[in-house]
Design a protein around this ligand. Structure first.
Ligand code: CAA
Length: 257
């Protein structure tokens, strides 16, 4: 595959995937997600690779799904295109995936980081699910994985009030594995990934699967409910207003319909 939105490299036995839409804060449009999933699946098949690191740049891991791409979509269009089903393929990758997160890690970006097996954050990382400001809710696992990771109280604030979590808070609440200075977070993630890549591959694979099973009981039902609610909200005036207001750089006016 010819990659235009990501940069794919190998570092020793680690496959490194970097988002490359810096002007849009690595907003996750359809093309970038297609490329990400294809690259992760390629690394998963390669015997030369033992683990995968996904990263953005210092300013943003990813600032969410691409609002400009979906602002005008109807609920039926969202449901029919079902773009988020592409993410299910990431869940099937057997090798360990580590998210190396710096700067904005919001909306779909936060959901993507949480869909990885571990998160290494830079001190500047900001985690959040600000979809509420757009008149919608997270649609790619945010309400489910965040709640399991940090518990109900914090998850409610993040999902309903758009609260951002600092790297230190994310570490304290159990959302991320380690926090490193900005100059070191990627190196730290690669080191961790290389350590895992040096271990017995089948034991690592089954270890990952087993921990995810403990974490993901009933996850499939929760993800399906969340996704339906997210698509449904595209039939509301508030979603149209919320996303248009973001694009126009003004405050939205909610109507409750
Ligand atoms: N989609 C599309 N474009 C985005 C974007 C997004 N999610 N986030 C940022 N951008 C674009 C901006 O529109 C801007 O583009 P222009 O220069 O063409 O205007 C560029 O990236 C830089 O962004 P800002 O000028 O806004 O940068 P800032 O430093 O002032 O603010 C920010 C940074 C707080 C992250 C702000 O960009 C922001 O609030 N972004 C949106 C975050 C968000 O709501 N994410 C959730 C998306 S919905 C979702 O993810 C659904 C899901 O669950 C699947």
């Amino acid at each position: 595959m010819d990659y235009r939105n990501i940069i794919v490299e190998t570092r020793d036995r680690v496959g490194l995937i970097r988002f490359n839409r810096p002007q849009q804060l690595n907003a996750l449009n359809g093309a970038i997600m297609e490329e990400l999933v294809a690259a992760a699946e390629d690394f998963d098949k390669s015997d030369a690779i033992g683990a995968i690191v996904i990263t953005g740049d210092e300013r943003a891991f990813a600032a969410g799904a691409d609002i400009k791409e979906m602002a005008e979509a109807s609920a039926v269009e969202m449901l029919t295109a079902d773009r988020i089903s592409l993410w299910d393929r990431l869940r099937k990758v057997r090798k360990v995936i580590i998210a190396a997160v710096s700067g904005f890690c919001l909306g779909g970006g936060c959901e993507l980081a949480m869909a990885c097996d571990m998160i290494v954050a830079s001190e500047s990382a900001k985690f959040g699910q600000p979809e509420i400001n757009l008149g919608v809710i997270p649609g790619a696992g945010g309400t489910q994985r965040l709640t399991r990771a940090v518990g109900k109280a914090i998850a409610m604030e993040v999902v309903l009030n758009g609260r951002f979590l600092s790297a230190e808070e994310a570490y304290r609440f159990g959302l991320c594995n380690r926090v490193a200075p900005v100059e070191q977070y990627l190196g730290e993630a690669l080191r961790l990934a290389n350590e895992i890549a040096a271990r017995a591959p089948l034991a690592v694979r089954f270890g990952k699967e087993a921990v995810n099973n403990a974490f993901e009981n009933f996850l499939a039902d929760g993800l399906a409910d969340e996704r339906r609610a997210f698509y449904f909200l595209f039939s509301t005036d508030d979603q149209k207003e919320g996303m248009k207001a973001f694009i126009d750089k003004r405050k939205p006016e909610w109507k409750g319909r």
